[in-house]
Design a protein around this ligand. Structure first.
Ligand code: ADP
Ligand code: MG
Length: 251
């Protein structure tokens, strides 16, 4: 498998704190690469740099062989590097379909401010429908988000990413707050998607992580202490020592 995404020696400091301490690893084409580590390890800070929301102090980020370290979030999205939307960026009074249509338009530099949710832009309908179909939400296309169950909203977030035709998705806790049934459906969906779309996955549900991930990188205090397959990480002494032998402490 070839490398699609390369993170090289990334450093991010917040005053005295080194939140991202010389982080290096790569994500291969068609891979689910999980990023795990205890609370405060620096996972979100790292993802914010990968998506373009935070500027690293040192290091470089390459996507498909191109240096994207200085590119905006929108430019990265246009290249196919898309981060999952947080629930807060979903508009509750709009329907599922309208939210996906808006997501398609916003990062491409469209007239975000001018966009009227009641307007039907036919160029957006087809890709929006396709994305809703992919996540199993097509029956809820016209449901206002406010009336959707939590699990369905999380699926909608993913549809908003898929509608942008990503080559690599940055997913920050896609299973958070989901019921067992919703979670299993999401795991199955991510498995189906992964051969076409590479995924960098941050997730607290370790059963799901070890089931989904081709490889994992373990972050502790801003430093990557290990990268390897689920078996390698499970049996790694370095990882075990870092977690004091308590696997439930892993996240
Ligand atoms: P994780 O997502 O793994 O829980 P974070 O990336 O949120 O970890 O945080 C890593 C460390 O950086 C924590 O100690 C956190 O308090 C600190 N941190 C995160 N964002 C900021 C910020 N904007 N300013 C100062 N410190 C921050
Ligand atoms: Mg976090």
């Amino acid at each position: 498998m070839s490398e699609l995404f390369e993170i090289r020696n990334l450093v991010k400091r917040f005053r005295g704190l080194v939140a991202t301490n010389n982080v290096t690893f790569n994500v291969r084409q068609g891979e689910i690469h999980a990023l795990i580590g205890p609370n405060g390890a620096g996972k979100s800070t790292l993802v914010n740099q990968l998506s373009g929301e935070l500027v690293p102090d040192e290091g470089r980020i390459f996507f498909d062989g191109k240096d994207i370290t200085a590119l905006s979030t929108a430019r990265r999205a246009r290249m196919g590097l898309v981060r999952s939307y947080q629930i807060t960026s979903v508009f509750n009074d709009m329907t599922a379909m309208e939210n996906v249509m808006l997501a398609i338009q916003a990062p491409t530099g469209g007239n975000f401010g001018m966009w009227s949710p009641t307007r039907r832009d036919h160029a957006l309908v087809a890709p929006a429908r396709e994305a809703l179909e992919q996540v199993g939400l097509i029956m809820e296309s016209n449901t206002p988000v406010a009336e959707m169950a939590h699990g369905a909203r999380r699926q909608l977030e993913l549809a908003m990413v898929l509608a942008l035709k990503p080559r690599l998705m940055l997913l920050d806790e896609p299973l958070a707050g989901m019921s067992q049934v919703e979670s299993e459906a999401m795991v199955a969906l991510l498995k189906r998607l992964k051969n076409d779309i590479s995924i960098l996955l941050i997730e607290h549900d370790m059963d799901a992580v070890f089931e989904l991930a081709d490889r994992l990188t373990v972050l502790v205090s801003g430093r990557p202490i290990a990268t390897g397959t689920p078996d390698q990480i499970r049996t790694s002494e370095v990882v075990r020592d870092a977690y004091l032998g308590e696997p439930e402490e892993m996240m």
